[in-house]
Design a protein around this ligand. Structure first.
Ligand SMILES: O=c1[nH]cnc2c1ncn2[C@@H]1O[C@H](COP(=O)(O)OP(=O)(O)O)[C@@H](O)[C@H]1O
Length: 242
């Protein structure tokens, strides 16, 4: 038998049945939190203090948005004032890097975020660590007994490219995450293709709302610009689909 292929070598001698049960528990728990039926109305804004006290017993998830400023013109036509990174998740939904916090540890939220960033996108924490001052907002979903926390972190144009390149070496690349993607922050001449069509993706949790709030907060789009794109997106999803 080749090295590493026997059960005792691969699981440290533990009973394979108990390992499978442990795996199944985690897996089933994840299924509960990851079903793609999240609705915007289910996520209610909550302060960090209330989230950490009143809803301490809920599951907590933390996600982060990396962004930069820098004008970029596509085909001499469509202007973007910066870039935002999201990711294609293995379940086909779009989300931010991050994940569920382990309830057994009293780990600070931002530390959990940085750990997930290193695992999912291979973020170099010596250079690009998220700070508590990057915290933006939290939401509670009573139906799922879930709290989501959201951070945004600015880097430079050169740095965002470096981050994108190094994601391919992430531990979770090709498993949990299928790679980072840039958010198209413009609309083409038809008013739909670009950001409105991007918004029509299926987003995990309240990632779409986090994105829209993050964009305005960091100043990549004004609230008014964002509202126009959201209106186009709402029109777009009503169109018959071929
Ligand atoms: O980018 C996101 N923003 C907000 N909520 C998210 C995002 N991604 C996932 N979620 C929510 O958090 C829950 C757990 O997230 P995720 O699936 O990333 O954790 P896991 O990778 O630890 O299983 C999901 O059920 C979903 O409701």
């Amino acid at each position: 038998m080749p090295k590493g292929s026997s059960e005792s070598e691969t699981n440290g001698g533990k009973d394979p049945a108990s390992l499978r049960d442990g795996y199944r528990t985690t897996f089933e728990q994840n299924l509960t939190y990851s079903v793609p039926d999240d609705e915007k109305k289910d996520f209610v804004p909550v302060t960090l203090e209330v989230a950490s006290t009143e809803y301490k017993s809920y599951m907590h998830a933390v996600h982060g948005m990396i962004y930069c400023f820098g004008e970029c013109i596509l085909w001499d036509r469509y202007k973007q004032s910066g870039q935002i990174l999201m990711q294609m998740r293995c379940d086909g939904m779009v989300g931010f890097p991050g994940g569920l916090m382990d309830q057994d540890y009293d780990e600070p939220i931002v530390d959990c975020l940085n750990r997930e960033m290193a695992e999912e996108i291979n973020l170099d924490l010596e250079k690009y660590k998220f700070l508590q001052s990057d915290y933006l907002l939290s939401h509670v979903n009573h139906r799922k007994k879930l709290v989501t926390h959201f951070y945004i972190h600015q880097v430079t144009e050169v740095e965002i490219r470096e981050i994108e390149f190094s994601t391919l070496k992430a531990k979770d690349w090709g498993h949990e995450t299928f790679g980072t993607i840039r958010v198209p922050l413009f609309a083409m001449d038809d008013g739909f293709r670009g950001f409105p069509v991007f918004l029509a993706n299926r987003f995990a949790g309240n990632a779409r709302d986090q994105l829209l709030q993050g964009i305005v907060k960091c100043g990549l789009l004004s609230q008014k610009e964002c509202d126009v794109y959201v209106k186009s997106f709402e029109e777009y999803i009503k169109r018959p689909h071929t």
